[in-house]
Design a protein around this ligand. Structure first.
Ligand code: ADP
Ligand code: MG
Length: 212
């Protein structure tokens, strides 16, 4: 437990006001421990149980670095399932109320390609999705990630359990090497350490609630 407020962080007055209006008065433990590094652009490897506020822990970092005037995809969030991707998009949109005109889209299997292509005609600032469908868009060159600054692997343990390792690697091969990589997970199996070593550079490591 901690009682640190968000005002100790380098966030805009608009975002601090937005967080207050969302009822986020103090940071959760994972937020308090990871946000300082996330907001300075470092790679972060974070583990905390479900329900601990991990989305805002990476979401505030993703939003802070955004150049809204630049109509390019600047952040990609990989999630294991459509349901989780939609939850992440919803939370990012709440946090993005502090920034005008932020475009966030969700790309998952099960939605017709044509509808997704229509949503990509003006590049979204942030894309949230599942690895299989994202890879399909990259193969068809319908998604341009050449200006990407931040990659997030959310629920990385579940994505690996579901067999997404190869798809994740194929996606990462198409991303700029110079980027921030944030890896969030509910548990910390050895596979997480392995993938972190492959895709992150000197990550700040944060673990809370290890005795769940
Ligand atoms: P996780 O990804 O760790 O499972 P979520 O990011 O989904 O957790 O957050 C769980 C819930 O906690 C959400 O309903 C979210 O709105 C809420 N929440 C996140 N951060 C805070 C905070 N600082 N104060 C109050 N509620 C928060
Ligand atoms: Mg989550």
């Amino acid at each position: 437990m901690n009682n640190q407020t968000f005002s100790s962080l380098p966030l805009s007055p608009e975002q601090l006001k937005n967080l207050e209006s969302l009822g986020y008065h103090t940071m959760t433990d994972i937020q308090a421990q990871s946000l300082p590094a996330v907001l300075t652009g470092e790679d972060v490897l974070a583990q905390a149980k479900t329900g601990s506020g991990k989305t805002a822990a990476f979401g505030l970092g993703v939003l802070q670095q955004l150049k809204v005037g630049l109509s390019k995809t600047q952040a990609l969030v990989l999630c294991p399932t459509r349901e989780l991707a939609e939850q992440v998009s919803q939370e990012l949109r709440r946090l993005a109320r502090a920034i005008a005109n932020t475009k966030i889209i969700t790309l998952c299997g099960g939605t017709p390609m044509a509808r997704q292509l229509a949503s990509l005609t003006h590049a979204p600032h942030i894309v949230v999705g599942t690895p299989g469908r994202l890879l399909k868009h990259l193969e068809k060159q319908t998604l341009d990630l050449s200006q990407l600054n931040v990659l997030v692997l959310d629920e990385a343990d579940r994505m690996l359990d579901m067999g997404f390792y190869d798809d994740i690697n194929a996606i990462i091969q198409q991303l700029p090497i110079k980027r921030q990589t944030l890896l969030f997970s509910a548990t910390y199996p050895e596979q997480i350490q392995t993938i972190s070593q492959r895709i992150q550079h000197n990550p700040v490591q944060v673990q809370v609630d290890t005795q769940q």
